[in-house]
Design a protein around this ligand. Sequence first.
Ligand code: 26Y
Length: 824
Amino acid sequence: MIKKAALSFDKDLFKRSVVYNVKTLYRKSMEEATPQQIFQAVSYAIKDAIVDKWMTTQEEYEKQDPKMVYYLSMEFLMGRALGNNIINLQAHEPVKEALEELGVDINAIEDQEPDAALGNGGLGRLAACFLDSLATLGYPAYGCGIRYRYGMFKQQIRDGYQIEVPDNWLENGNPFELRRPEYAKEVKFGGYVNVYVDENGRSNFKQEGYQSVNAIPYDLPIVGYGNGIVNTLRIWDAQPVECFRLESFDKGDYQKAVEQENLAKNIVEVLYPNDNHYAGKELRLKQQYFFISASVQAAVAKYMRKHEDIRRFHEKVTFQLNDTHPTVAIAELMRILMDEYYLTWDEAWAVTTKTCAYTNHTIMSEALEKWPIELFSRLLPRVYQIVEEINRRFVKQIEQIYPGNHEKIRKMAIIYDGQVKMAHLAIASGYSVNGVARLHTEILKKQELRDFYEMMPNKFSNKTNGITQRRFLLHGNPLLADWITFHIGSDWITDLTRLTKLKVYADDEKAQQEFMNIKYKNKIRLAEYILEHNGIEVDPRSIFDVQVKRLHEYKRQLLNILHIMHLYNQLKEHPEMPFYPRTFIFGAKAAAGYRNAKLTIKLINAVGEAINNDASICGKIKVVFIEDYKVSNAEIIFAASDVSEQISTASKEASGTGNMKFMLNGAITLGTMDGANVEIVEEVGEENAVIFGLSSDEVIRYENFGGYDPMEIFNNNSDVRKVLMQLINGTYSKNDPDLFRPLYNSLLNTLSTSKADTYFILKDFESYAEAQKKVEAAYRDEKGWARSAILNVACSGKFSSDRTIEEYVKDIWHLDKVVLPLKK
Ligand code: 26Y
């Protein structure tokens, strides 16, 4: 079966297609074409190979009429498409050969593609991994999102500071996308609602005086691995609705026409670069309703093409809400069912509550979306009426279950204190609520969503996150992928649990050497990348100790860099002390307006500058900040890592998914008992990870009952005191000793102890330093390290997004796999 797909790729046809594309697109021969032009030509040739499968899959969906999941998400962090598509077509070998024969290096061509960075971090990348798994497992699925003109900003580091540069990812066109104007939908904003009573005495609600935008879908193919399935990611662009010619309007209409035009221009302009931080921007609510209204309309229209009875919609459709960002889908579906299909409230509610399911990705209170009533009702007047009615009925239900308990209403109502609480709307109106790692789900049930869990325990479940091994091992780490396949066969590509077969090699010295040799080669590849992009030389024989993820105080990059400052102090004081050379690697984007995050980037670069240029420590420590961390360079970074820094304050990281990518590539986790780290340690064994710090219970106890005073640690621990003083005495900011004072204050604020060190950095410092010593000792034991690293790979099977998707299918979505008819 798998072999057949590989054979069905016609290498000669592909070669001719590339040459032809270069000619017709650019009037050039292969020799004359630029690498970018060849990338375009190759991509169109690959798209050719995809399109037939895409049509067949969609035809089969039409014929078999299976239930579909619509994964609704503001973010899809796809990264590059070309290499991944080639891999999933199982065409890597023939394509590589064909290109070689044309005198072209496949890697250089892949490097021409800009990342599709339509997401911030974990939540957006999870959506991308889920699409890969859904297609590979043969489940009918749509991703629905926004075609941002500018994705996640590009990060430049100037003088140690982050600069945000617009990400014009569509500059050279996107060869894989398909514009589909024939499926455009109109989306209405603002105005007011009028009620008309018709001849049957029925009330009809009509939004009037509104402004509207046309939503134009662009479809991207999602290629399943070796199974001929091609699903669709549909992202919506906005265009002004066709108006009469502007000049023929009287003044009022002219005004409106211009406003409508601007609305369309602005709405999909840019991805908000906030990760886990709600800002309450009006344009963001417009973005949410824009893509949700278009997607829900499209789903309903598609359903009605084949079915008569909209009251059975939920039998064929399920909407998975990726956090609260798409939650307005609930009210929009109610609106369409009632206002356009004339269902009664109860009928519409019966459908909606069996269609929508909600995933929670965070317990951080600052990430919760709460829209002011004024804004919400002004922008979405009809939708707001519906939310009000959902709230009225929900509050009534609470009163029935907890008579006289006003506290419950205050805590649980959807609308309260002038705000619409989107999580409450999602929980009250959906049939499923899930967390993204076991610990996270437990915290939701016991703390954050306790009242909801008590009232409707059956809705709650856990779905521990996962990642796709196709991108993060097969594509990102070809040397290791080949080594694994050589030893245990290739089944792991679609069944990651097969990796357990590698356990027998953990103690095999030859295997250990081969494994460490591959790691070494990958470290050379990363060292070359760092030299080319950062101009810093690093030693691939040193320990590569890596923290790559969004910059956030709860993720504690500050703990990492403070510890590096401490190590440097020690090396300066005791030049002869035993020390295994270490390269500390960071990669992180900070939200543009997040002061402490940006200052932490500056600190990392300032410390790096000092340490990297201090000849007296003989290069024993290097600190590298990789500019513009993104999916494409992440693949190179994971493959080259020895130590995986997963050091969030326990209870704060819902799951983490980078942790899984490191593990899959044989890095050892240095982490707290937080998020999915707990399950990683459970799989690989405590002896093959290094764990430190407060437990989530301890953190939550301090948060609820107090009793932690960072000043006490400052007073009693001279190592901590020394690095903290270095933050404010100009050690790393000669010309501006106060530069890092905000970071110092965040740890020790003498004005208010309750606000000092909210992420327990000083509390965990000593335990972290101890853990880092254990890492060094472990690495000195070469065989022991190789053993642990191999076991990490061997035990990472649980963390495939294939497993996660199977759990969603079984417990929430109830989809059937689609089998394609055998090709003649
Ligand atoms: C409200 C808005 C500004 C907002 C935008 C983005 C809020 C949150 C986010 C993004 C959240 C996010 O990425 N959460 C991460 O989701 C991952 C996938 O489940 C988890 O692994 C990770 O722990 C969590 O922080």
